[in-house]
Each structure stands twice: as structure tokens, then as C-alpha cells.
Design a protein around this ligand. Structure first.
Ligand code: AMP
Length: 376
């Protein structure tokens, strides 16, 4: 099949060069998935020793540097990103003359919790009650309407639990506001969830879609600790896919999209979207027929999407702050080890392990042996 004519640049499929804004572990895993397809990768990142640098050239620079973004765009056929904090203004008119996917509108929405929540409402996707907060009197008014407990979050640049405070009583209002204040905030209803799950969907430029089995995610201190897929709540698959499809259709999306949900009383409540490959999809590298990374590339290059079926049951455990010795992990049957090549620092994601087993029972037994795994 000749797909060369489908590329506006006129480049052949194998000559495609992909520019990735951000050279973190996600960018590195994208490149590792792309090399078998004959793709080449260039990154933009301020640190020359970022993980992507192990597998491609890095143009050193800030994501906010319009000139550096232009340099990256000029060097590649298609642009994508592995971070959500790329300032949309810095992109200027790049997305008008170069494929920049997933679309800028999805990136901009994912950067602002208010825009995200408004989109959920517009698309009739259930989400926690919320109010915008810009001042202490507004916070006092908002908490009257939402009630205790509630979660105060920065509208922008909050992830992995950063930029948020749980408020359980009036005494905590002032300290929470002072800790986060000075920037636009949002107050959300606290959801006493039974579990957290995520759906990962992918769409190519022709509009073909595919969805991975939903995964169950365990967070602590706001950081993902482990993921188990497929999730036991099979009845949530259909609504999760329907919600993801609505968001992708809305943006005329291409690439991988993630939506994280709380599950309360057996129903999905959307927390946030990520317009990119996601930590809760790392299990797909060994645990699904086609990984989220390969499918992201297929999506943005308008190639046919790969099979998203799970190859049994998989668990992914993040290594945060320190890496266990590879031999300890690899001695466990079904285990795979990923080291991102980052300098250890408390709270930093340094690598992960994936376990793939035939049954869920086997998986849970093996998971208990993995260093860093949270007891289930
Ligand atoms: P976020 O940065 O919004 O992804 O939040 C990080 C984690 O904090 C989530 O995965 C939840 O475990 C918890 N969390 C955030 N918002 C809420 C909420 N409204 N209700 C209960 N837990 C929350």
C-alpha cells in the first residue's frame, strides 16, 4: 500500500521525521516505538541529558522559546509533544504550516482545569461540581455551595498532585488559599471514589478510533503508583469509550488521548484529560498487541491503527525516587524493566516495571513480589 500521497509534506512514509516538544520518558518511549517504523526523532528540551537524548538529538531550549520551537518545526515533518505545559502562544503560526498533533485546541484545554471542566459539561461527561476562585471571598462563597471536604486546585500547571490542597474544615480555608493563591484557582467537590480508572483512546487523521481496555490506577500523594489493566469493572468500558470518542470528535483529534476518571457508586466522573500518551498506558508496551506509543505515532501519521487488545492481565509499577536493581525485578516471571536514565531525586519518576500474566489472580500474586508495588 502506498501511503506517501497522504502526507502533505510529500515525504515518503519512511523518511518521516518527528519533532517532539519535550524529551522526557514519554518522548523516549515514543521514539523507541517509532524506530521499527523507520521514523526519526528530534526533541526540544532545556536539559541536554533528558531521557529523549539517549535515542535522538535534542535541540536545547525552553518550551516557551518561539525561536527554538520554530527551529524544531523546520527540522521535522510532523510535530507532537510529550508534555502538556507547552505555552500555546509560543507556537505562533507553526500549527498552520506544519502538522502539530494532537491539535493545539486540545492542548490548550488540557492546560486549564476550568476549560477542561467546561468541555466535560458541554459534552455531557459527568465531572465533579466546581467553582472558579480568584479571591478569599470567592473561596468562602464557593465552599458554601460545594461543601466540605473540597479540593482547591490551581487552574494551570497542576499535575501529579502538585498545586492542590484538600480543605476539610473552615480552619483550613485561609492556609489553602495562601498556599496556592495569587493565581486563578478552581474549587472542586471531593469525590469519595471507590477507585480511579483511565481510558486511553487513539484516533488517526482519517477519523479511525480505537480504545484500550480501561485501567485501574492507584495514586498516593497525587502521583500514580501502579496501574492494573484491564480493570475489573467491565461495564465501565462502554461509557469510558463514549466519553473519549466525544472529546476526540470535538477536537478532530489525532494521536492518543487519555481521560482519568473517579468511579463512585459504579459510575464514571471525569477528573481530567491528557492530550498525549500517558503513564497509565505504559502497560501497553508489553501488555497489549500494539503499544500506546506506536498507536500515537500511527494516529498522527494517519496510518491504520494497531490492535488495542490486552495480552492477558498487566500491571505497571512506577519507580519513584529510586530504582530497584534490575536483577530483583527481572527474576519475577512476567516482569519487564524500564530505566529512563534519569538522575535520582525524591519524588521523581525514574522508571517502571510491567508484569504480564495470563490471569488476574497470577498477576496479583506476582505483583506482591515487585519492589515499590502498593499492596492490593
Ligand atoms: P489531579 O492532579 O487532578 O490528577 O489529581 C491527582 C490525584 O488527587 C487524583 O488522581 C486523585 O487521587 C486526587 N484528587 C484530585 N481531585 C480530586 C477530587 N475532586 N476528589 C477526590 N480526589 C481527588
Amino acid at each position: 500500500m502506498s501511503t506517501a500521497t497522504r502526507y502533505p509534506t510529500g515525504a515518503t512514509q519512511t523518511a518521516q521525521k518527528i519533532g517532539i516538544v519535550g524529551a522526557g520518558q514519554l518522548g523516549r518511549m515514543l521514539a523507541l516505538a517509532g524506530y521499527p517504523l523507520g521514523l526519526k526523532f528530534v526533541f526540544l528540551d532545556k536539559s541536554a541529558d533528558a531521557p529523549g537524548g539517549q535515542v535522538g538529538a535534542i535541540i536545547p531550549g525552553e518550551f516557551s522559546d518561539a525561536q527554538k520551537l520554530g527551529e524544531l518545526a523546520a527540522a521535522v515533518d510532523v510535530l507532537t509533544y510529550d508534555v502538556e505545559n507547552v505555552p500555546v502562544e509560543a507556537l505562533g503560526d507553526i500549527p498552520r504550516h506544519k502538522l502539530f498533533l494532537p491539535p493545539v485546541a486540545a492542548l490548550a484545554t488540557g492546560q486549564d482545569r476550568l476549560a477542561e471542566k467546561n468541555l466535560f459539561r458541554e459534552l455531557r461527561i459527568p465531572t465533579p461540581k466546581f467553582r472558579t476562585v480568584g479571591s478569599m471571598p470567592e473561596l468562602e462563597q464557593a465552599i458554601q455551595e460545594i461543601g466540605y471536604p473540597a479540593v482547591l486546585k490551581t487552574r494551570r500547571l497542576g499535575y501529579d498532585g502538585r498545586g492542590q490542597r484538600l480543605i476539610s474544615s473552615p480552619a483550613e480555608l485561609g492556609s489553602a488559599f495562601n498556599a496556592l493563591g495569587g493565581v486563578p484557582l478552581i474549587l472542586e467537590e471531593f469525590i469519595a471514589f471507590e477507585r480511579e480508572v483511565s481510558v486511553i483512546g487513539v484516533r488517526n487523521r482519517s477519523g479511525e478510533t480505537a480504545f484500550y481496555p480501561i485501567a485501574e490506577n492507584l495514586h498516593s500523594d497525587g502521583i500514580l503508583r501502579h496501574t492494573i489493566a484491564p480493570c475489573v469493572d467491565k461495564q465501565l468500558q462502554k461509557p469510558a469509550e463514549s466519553y473519549a470518542r466525544r472529546v476526540m470528535h470535538h477536537f478532530d483529534y489525532a494521536g492518543v488521548l487519555t481521560i482519568e476518571f473517579f468511579v463512585r457508586q459504579g459510575r464514571l466522573i471525569a477528573n481530567e484529560t491528557a492530550p498525549r500518551v500517558h503513564n497509565s498506558g505504559h502497560w501497553t508496551i508489553e501488555g497489549a498487541v500494539t503499544s500506546q506509543f506506536e498507536n500515537h505515532l500511527r494516529g498522527i501519521l494517519d496510518l491504520p491503527l494497531g490492535d488495542t487488545s490486552a495480552l492477558g492481565y498487566a500491571a505497571m509499577v512506577n519507580f519513584i525516587g529510586e530504582l530497584p536493581p534490575p536483577a530483583t525485578v527481572l527474576a519475577i516471571a512476567g516482569a519487564h524493566y524500564h530505566d529512563y536514565g534519569k538522575q535520582p531525586r525524591p519524588g521523581r519518576k525514574l522508571g517502571h516495571a510491567t508484569l504480564v500474566c495470563k490471569t488476574r489472580k497470577q498477576l496479583l500474586a506476582q505483583l506482591r513480589k515487585l519492589p515499590g508495588a502498593v499492596r492490593t
